[in-house]
Design a protein around this ligand. Structure first.
Ligand code: ADP
Ligand code: MG
Length: 159
């Protein structure tokens, strides 16, 4: 599934749609350069889980936990694992939990990441498009994520 958003408000709205559809154990890998809109998307997702705390990038903390919503949200940034291993950090505990995991820089955590995941690529600087246009590309690996992707596709095209 591929589509464009024209501004941050639209990206946040897309995050809210996804946040309404995630389930216990949903895993979302979020790829995109700095400024692509990863945090903006996650803010929307958190909003519709009913999380009122401000979402901040977990760059220096590896993981931020938000437990006051419909489901717990675990927002991870694995960038710091570039030169080390994700083994022994206990991240499995989060993936096996009833929470929702949103993971940035997931390529540095492949050792421990479950196979069933929804991958969202966000691209900016699209030739011929306005500076604020972002392209979202979604693909699912595994049956749980496939179901989630189908629901998202339906909900987003009904907007
Ligand atoms: P990241 O977490 O990927 O580094 P952020 O979500 O923190 O990115 O920042 C995205 C920036 O780009 C914000 O300043 C936002 O206002 C701006 N922006 C402009 N257009 C869009 C869009 N279509 N979607 C998301 N953010 C956008
Ligand atoms: Mg960010």
């Amino acid at each position: 599934m591929k589509f464009l958003t024209q501004n941050a408000i639209e990206t946040e709205k897309f995050g809210r749609v996804v946040g309404q559809l995630v389930q216990p154990g949903s895993l979302i890998l979020l790829n995109g350069d700095l400024g692509a809109g990863k945090t903006t998307f996650t803010k929307g997702l958190a909003q519709s889980l009913g999380i009122e705390r401000a979402i901040k990038s977990p760059t220096f903390t590896l993981i931020r936990e938000y437990r006051q919503g419909r489901l717990p949200l675990f927002h991870m940034d694995l960038y710091r694992l570039e030169h080390s291993s994700a083994d022994d950090l206990g991240l499995e505990e989060y993936f096996d939990s009833a929470g929702v995991c949103v993971v940035e820089w997931s390529q540095f955590g492949e050792d421990v990441l479950p196979a069933d995941r929804l991958v969202i690529d966000i691209q900016r600087d699209l030739p011929g498009f306005a500076a604020d246009t972002r392209q979202f590309t979604l693909r699912a690996a595994g049956s749980k994520s496939q179901q989630l992707l189908e629901k998202i596709t339906t909900a987003w095209s009904d907007q």
